[in-house]
Design a protein around this ligand. Structure first.
Ligand code: SF4
Length: 401
């Protein structure tokens, strides 16, 4: 498990297979956060968890808790490469294929040299899927799952490079990763770095694939399906989804989510790349009661709620680079914004924009405590705003739209 230093103590990342966390493991994570950290638990934009404020003398105890809860890698050096994103509503079949890929990667020791940021996406065309995060390699099923389109160094919205048969997926992924490592220089950590130098044609020379699907495009997805109560695809049950406030939970809330999953669903949670949580496996007649319980815990369950569309980085509390306490300021902004479901707003403590894995239309870049420059579509439209001034600007632009 990777534990890195941050301003508020150690930052421990727990990788979840396809975002899934059993209720039992959720209680273990809550206990670890309470006993060995600050109690703050974050859902990341790769549907993993982070525990903040880990004490220096608690690393071994924390790792033991994670391993006991079944959250560790199968080999010590294989933790970082378990980086395969799925739809939160992926079928059991897709999850099984992802497990095969991850197992193959963990068993292949040379692949452990990949950067921890090297990321894969496996998709079956689900209506709820993150299509905006770029991945080093993505694969998307078509032809009723018989074949997978694939592409490199971009998002699934882009033109595919080719297609392979389902039976070849695991071998293909391993071959792609091995070829990347064979061709990349020490400075080239991501697929985009390598392809910028050698070109896609040379990279693909080593593979057999169908290149005649250039016009294939993935079906659109609907991110609003991450919130609310909905019938579950592939199942007879429902799921309920809710947004964690600015990607954060405390230990008591995570335990309460585990209780809901145990008593009214099938005992598991699914984290999403929108830093939200789904509870799958709910009987249809219980779905709205589960949603009510999620809302009572302080989670946003409707796209109209401001906290459903605000994201913020760690801010000055957790990061020495930050010019402002972005989390606290985002909570103040949420209280001032009108309810509507238009566009995400991102508060960033500095220009690095860690919290946004893809471009967000509106970003407030901190320039001093409580002060922000407002950027819209990558252009600066106002400088040095207070949170109240920013709220007024955002409300006005919504009214004008
Ligand atoms: S965006 Fe800047 S301030 Fe915020 S967490 Fe990243 S590096 Fe720190």
């Amino acid at each position: 498990m990777r534990i890195v230093p941050a301003r508020d103590g150690g930052l421990a990342r727990l990788r979840l297979a396809g975002g899934v966390l059993s209720a039992h493991a959720a209680r273990a994570v809550a206990r670890a956060a309470r006993e060995h950290g600050s109690g703050v638990i974050e859902v990341t934009n790769r549907a993993n968890l982070q525990l903040r404020g880990i004490r220096d003398d608690a690393h071994a105890a924390l790792i033991d808790i994670a391993l006991d809860a079944g959250l560790g890698p199968s080999t010590a050096s294989g933790d970082d490469i378990r980086n395969v994103m799925l739809s939160p509503l992926a079928s059991d079949e897709t999850r099984a294929l992802a497990t095969q890929i991850i197992d193959a990667m963990q068993a292949d020791t040379p692949l452990h040299a990949l950067s921890p940021k090297f990321a894969l996406q496996l998709d079956a065309g689900e209506r709820l899927a993150m299509l905006d995060h770029p991945h080093d390699l993505w694969l998307c099923a078509f032809d009723d799952g018989a074949r997978f389109a694939f592409g490199f160094a971009g998002t699934m919205r882009q033109r595919p490079s080719g297609a392979i048969h389902r039976n070849d997926v695991v071998t293909f992924v391993s071959s792609v990763l091995r070829r990347f490592l064979a061709l990349a220089t020490l400075e080239e950590h991501r697929m985009r770095d390598l392809l910028a130098r050698i070109g896609i044609g040379r990279f693909l020379e080593a593979f057999d694939f169908d290149a005649s699907i250039q016009n294939w495009r993935r079906e659109p997805a609907d991110a609003s399906l991450r919130l609310g109560a909905h019938a579950q695809p592939y199942r007879t049950t429902w799921y309920a989804g809710a947004q964690t406030p600015l990607g954060r939970l405390d230990a008591a809330t995570l335990e309460a989510l585990a209780d809901i999953a145990d008593t009214q669903a099938e005992g598991r949670l699914t984290m999403t790349p929108w830093q939200s949580v789904l509870i799958p496996g709910i009987a249809a007649h219980d779905a709205h009661e589960v949603l009510r319980r999620l809302h009572a815990l302080g989670l946003a369950t409707d796209t109209h709620e401001p906290l459903a569309r605000l994201i913020a980085c760690a801010g000055s509390e957790g990061c020495a680079k930050s010019h402002a306490d972005t989390k606290a300021d985002a909570h103040r902004l949420a209280a001032l914004l009108p309810s509507h479901d238009e566009g995400a707003v991102h508060l960033s403590g500095c220009e690095r924009s860690c919290a946004a894995a893809h471009p967000v239309p509106v970003t407030l870049y901190a320039v001093a405590p409580g002060r922000y420059d407002l950027h819209r579509d990558a252009r600066t439209v106002a400088r040095n705003l207070t949170i109240e001034e920013a709220a007024e600007r955002l409300a006005r632009s919504h009214a004008d739209a």
